[in-house]
Write a protein that binds this ligand. Structure first.
Ligand code: SF4
Length: 246
C-alpha cells in the first residue's frame, strides 16, 4: 500500500512502529493483537496487516456491541482481505448471568456490572490469550503519567506475556492524521460524539470538552469505571476524521 500521502513525521512513526512489530515477531513468534475496533486500533491494524501479518488479530464480540462496530469489523476484513478471529462469551455463563440479573442487569449496581464485564469480556479475553507469548497494545505516552514512562517491549505481569506497544510515541493528532492520510475505515460513532466505543448500553456520546470518561458507565462512581482488561487511564477525545468509504 502506498504511503506517499504520509507526512515525514508519520513516515517515521510508521517505520519505527513497523520495525517494533517485526522485531516482536522475530523474538517471540507467537504474537497476538486484540483489537477494540477503536480509532487507535485502526492504525494498529493497518500496521500489522501491512508490515507484520504474522501477528494474529482477534476481537471480542460481547453480544452488546453497536451495529456500527460490527459493520466496521466487516469493513476492516474486506479492506485487508483478512479474517479477524472473534471470541464470544460462554453461552452457559451468559444464560446464567441473564437469568440471575436480567438482560440489562449491569444497571443494577457495580457488582452486577462487573459480573457482566467478567462474563462478556474478561473470560473470553483470557481464553483468547491463553498460552500466547506476546500481545500488542495501543497504549500511548500521552494517555497517562504511568504510560509516559512505558517501554516499547515490557513484561506484563498481569497476563504473564510480553507487552508490545508500537504507538507509545504517537499523539492523538498523529492517530487522526494517519487515519485520514490512509483513508482507513473507522467507527462513524466517533463523529457523533463518542470518544471511546464499547458496548451499546454502557457507552454514550459526550458534549465537546466534557470528560470522555463520562461516556462510559456514567451511572457509576468514576473510580470504578473499568472493565477489568486494562488499568483505567484518561481517555483522550478523538477529533472527528473524515469517514472513508470501503
Ligand atoms: S460494558 Fe456493559 S454490556 Fe458490556 S460487558 Fe460490560 S457491563 Fe456488560
Amino acid at each position: 500500500m502506498s504511503t506517499d500521502s504520509l507526512s515525514d513525521r508519520l513516515h517515521t512513526l510508521q517505520r519505527d512502529s513497523a520495525a517494533l512489530l517485526q522485531r516482536a515477531v522475530a523474538e517471540y513468534g507467537d504474537v497476538i493483537y486484540s483489537t477494540s475496533l477503536g480509532i487507535e486500533a485502526m492504525v494498529l491494524t493497518d500496521l500489522v496487516y501491512t508490515f507484520a501479518p504474522e501477528i494474529e488479530i482477534f476481537t471480542l464480540d460481547t453480544g452488546r456491541l453497536h451495529p456500527e462496530t460490527l459493520d466496521l469489523l466487516d469493513r476492516v476484513e474486506r479492506r485487508y482481505k483478512q479474517r479477524i478471529t472473534v471470541f464470544y462469551p460462554d453461552t452457559r455463563a451468559i444464560e446464567e448471568l441473564v437469568r440471575n440479573n436480567g438482560i440489562n442487569g449491569f444497571y443494577l449496581g457495580l457488582e452486577e456490572r462487573q459480573a457482566c464485564c467478567g462474563v462478556r469480556k474478561v473470560e473470553p479475553f483470557m481464553r483468547a490469550i491463553r498460552g500466547r507469548k506476546a500481545w500488542v497494545t495501543g497504549v500511548r505516552r500521552e494517555q497517562s503519567a504511568e504510560r509516559a514512562q512505558g517501554e516499547a517491549i515490557a513484561w506484563d505481569e498481569r497476563y504473564s506475556m510480553w507487552k508490545i506497544s508500537p504507538l507509545l510515541d504517537w499523539t492523538e493528532k498523529d492517530i487522526s492524521d494517519y487515519v485520514k492520510a490512509k483513508a482507513l475505515p473507522y467507527n462513524p460513532l466517533h463523529d457523533q460524539g463518542f470518544p471511546s466505543i464499547g458496548c451499546a448500553p454502557c457507552t454514550r456520546a459526550v458534549e465537546p470538552g466534557a470528560d470522555p470518561r463520562s461516556g462510559r458507565w456514567w451511572w457509576e462512581n468514576p473510580e470504578s469505571r473499568e472493565c477489568g482488561l486494562q488499568p483505567r487511564t484518561r481517555v483522550i477525545p478523538i477529533k472527528p476524521v473524515k469517514q472513508s468509504v470501503t
